[in-house]
Design a protein around this ligand. Structure first.
Ligand code: ADP
Ligand code: MG
Ligand code: ZN
Length: 480
C-alpha cells in the first residue's frame, strides 16, 4: 500500500524584546544561571505580572506578516501544570482568544512547485526555565534565566506532506522574523523550536491517522531525519497490524531514533482558566495600520527585484534575499561598485562556502560594503585575479574592522602579473620542462592545454589573468 505522511507544526519563537514579558528582567541569552531573574519571573507568592506591550507589537507584526486576522481584544489564560522548570506551576498563555488566526504561508520548493500552509492560530505566552542535566552525576540543575522570555507559538493546520515543506516553512519563518527584527530564530540556541506532529494514512484516504508529536528538535537537518524515521516507524507498525498511540516522543539525534516520552495530554488536563492578574488588551485600528505601514520588504519581493534589477538567477536571488544581512551586504556593495555579477560571484562562492564550512550564522556576518566594493574594483579592473582574490576575500570576511584591502594586496604582492614578458618566459619554461606533454599536444591532444595553463598559473601564484595565459600558451605551442 502507498502511504501519505501528514504533518502539522507548532513553532515557538522567542521575541527579541529587551525585557521579559511580565517583568523588567533582561532577555539576554546565556548569563550566569539564575541572574536574569526576579520575584515575578520566579513565581514568588504575592507578586504581580505587568504586561510588556512591546511583546504585543512584535507579535502582531508577526501575525500580519503571516497573513493572519488580528484579534482586536486580547486575553491571557492560565495553563496549569507542574514541572521543575516552571516555578509558578502555571504558564501564562492564550487559549480562548489567541491574538492571531487564519493565516497562511506560501512556500516555493526546490522542484519549482509551490504550496501553501495554513496557520490555525498564533498565541503569546511566556517561556519556561531550563533543566541542566549534569554530565558527571545524576544531578539536575535549574536555570530560571529563560523564565518569562516572551514567546509566540505558531500552530499550523496539518497541511505538510513532505519534509521539504517543513524545512522550507521554518526557513521562511526565520527569514520573515529576521526582516521584521522581532527574533533571531536560532534553532541551536533555542530561540526557534519546532514540534512536529506526524501521522500517516493510506494514499487517497480523507481521514487523518493518529499522530505523534516530536518535541523541540534543534536543527533543520535533525528535523528531516526525525520525519524520515517517524514516518517509517508508523508505516511499519501499521503494516505489522499494530496501532499508532497518540504520544509525545523525543528525538535523539545522536542515536538517530525517537522514543516515547509521555502520552499526549489534552487541553482539559491543563485546567485552563482566564488569567486574573492581567487585564485584557485592546489594539486600535491606527496601531494595526501603523504596523502595516512599516512592513519591510520581505525575501520574496526582494528576490524578484534582485532578478529584475541586477540580473541574478532565481536560485541565487532566493538564497541571497532569504537572509536580511546577506541581502543588505549584496545591495549596499553593488551600490558602491556597480558590478552585481562580481558581487554575486563572491557571495555565492566564498561567503556561502565559509558559512557552510564554519557553520556561521549569516545574520551575524559582518562584511563592510565599502571594503567589499573596493575589493571588487580590484577584480573588475584586472588588478587582482579571482584566484589571488580568494586570499584577500578571506581577510575581508575574517580580518576584523581594521582590515585594509589595498594595503593587504600590496604587502602580500597579490597584484595581477601584467608583465607579458614574465608570462611569456614562464610559459617557455613550462614548455621546456614538459616535452612529453608537448608531444601529446602535437599529436592532437588539445586537452593538454589545460595542463600548461595550470602549470603557468601555479608558477605565477594565480596572479596572472587566465585568459592572457591561455593565449600565451597557445601562441607558444603553435610556434613550436
Ligand atoms: P492539541 O490541542 O492536542 O495540541 P491541535 O489540534 O492544537 O492539538 O494540533 C496540534 C498540531 O498538530 C497542529 O499543528 C495540527 O496541525 C497538528 N495535527 C493535528 N492532527 C494531526 C494529524 N492527525 N496528523 C498530523 N498532524 C496533526
Ligand atoms: Mg496544541
Ligand atoms: Zn523577572
Amino acid at each position: 500500500m502507498k502511504w501519505e505522511v501528514v504533518m502539522g507544526l507548532e513553532v515557538h519563537v522567542e521575541l527579541a524584546t529587551k525585557t521579559k514579558i511580565f517583568c523588567s528582567c533582561t532577555t539576554e541569552f546565556g548569563g550566569e544561571p539564575n541572574t536574569h531573574c526576579c520575584p515575578v519571573c520566579t513565581g514568588m507568592p504575592g507578586t504581580l505580572p505587568v504586561f510588556n506591550r512591546q511583546v504585543l507589537e512584535y507579535a502582531v507584526r508577526a501575525g500580519l506578516a503571516l497573513n493572519c486576522d488580528i484579534t482586536r481584544y486580547n486575553k491571557f489564560d492560565r495553563k496549569n501544570y507542574f514541572y521543575p522548570d516552571l516555578p509558578k506551576a502555571y504558564q501564562i498563555s492564550q487559549l480562548y482568544l489567541p491574538f492571531a488566526q487564519n493565516g497562511h504561508v506560501d512556500l516555493k520548493l526546490k522542484s519549482g512547485k509551490t504550496s501553501q500552509i495554513r496557520i490555525h492560530e498564533i498565541h503569546m505566552e511566556e517561556d519556561a526555565g531550563k533543566l541542566v542535566h549534569s554530565a558527571y552525576d545524576d544531578s539536575t540543575y535549574l536555570d530560571y534565566n529563560r523564565c518569562g522570555i516572551p514567546l509566540i507559538e505558531i500552530v499550523s493546520e496539518p497541511d505538510f506532506r513532505e519534509a521539504e515543506e517543513v524545512t522550507a516553512y521554518l526557513s521562511k519563518l526565520k527569514s520573515v522574523f529576521e526582516y521584521l527584527g522581532i527574533s533571531d530564530c536560532r534553532m541551536e540556541e533555542g530561540s526557534m523550536r519546532a514540534d512536529v506532529n506526524l501521522s500517516v494514512r493510506p494514499e487517497g484516504s480523507t481521514e487523518f491517522g493518529t499522530r505523534t508529536e516530536m518535541k523541540n528538535i534543534n536543527s533543520l537537518r535533525a528535523i528531516e531525519r526525525a520525519i524520515a524515521y517517524e514516518s517509517k516507524r508508523q508505516i511499519e507498525l501499521i503494516e505489522d497490524g499494530g496501532k499508532v498511540v497518540q504520544e509525545t516522543r523525543r528525538w535523539d539525534d545522536a542515536k538517530g531514533e525517537s522514543y516515547a516520552m509521555r502520552s499526549k495530554e489534552n487541553a482539559q488536563d491543563y485546567r485552563y482558566f482566564p488569567e486574573p492578574d492581567i487585564p485584557p488588551l485592546s489594539i486600535s485600528e491606527e496601531e494595526i495600520q501603523h504596523y502595516i505601514d512599516i512592513t519591510p520588504e520581505f525575501a520574496d519581493a526582494k528576490a524578484e527585484r534582485f532578478m529584475k534589477d541586477f540580473g541574478l538567477s532565481e536560485e541565487d536571488a532566493d538564497i541571497i534575499a532569504a537572509s536580511k544581512n546577506l541581502a543588505y551586504i549584496f545591495e549596499e556593495t553593488v551600490k558602491l561598485c556597480d558590478s552585481p555579477s562580481e558581487v554575486r560571484f563572491w557571495i555565492m562562492s566564498q561567503v556561502l562556502y565559509y558559512a557552510n564550512e564554519k557553520n556561521l550564522d549569516l545574520e551575524k556576518l559582518s562584511i563592510s560594503p565599502e571594503k567589499f566594493a573596493e575589493f571588487v574594483k580590484f577584480i573588475t579592473g584586472g588588478k587582482v585575479t579571482r584566484q589571488a582574490g580568494k586570499q584577500v576575500f578571506e581577510q575581508l570576511m575574517f580580518g576584523g574592522t581594521d582590515f585594509d584591502v589595498a594595503a593587504y594586496i600590496k604587502e602580500n604582492e597579490l597584484e595581477a602579473v601584467e608583465d607579458t614578458g614574465l608570462i611569456d618566459s614562464t610559459v617557455k619554461a613550462v614548455i621546456d620542462a614538459n616535452p612529453k606533454a608537448v608531444e601529446q599536444y602535437k599529436g592532437g591532444g588539445t586537452k593538454i592545454m589545460g595542463f600548461f595553463v595550470g602549470q603557468v598559473m601555479k608558477q605565477l601564484k594565480g596572479k596572472a589573468d587566465p585568459a592572457a595565459v591561455n593565449k600565451a600558451v597557445l601562441d607558444a605551442l603553435e610556434k613550436l
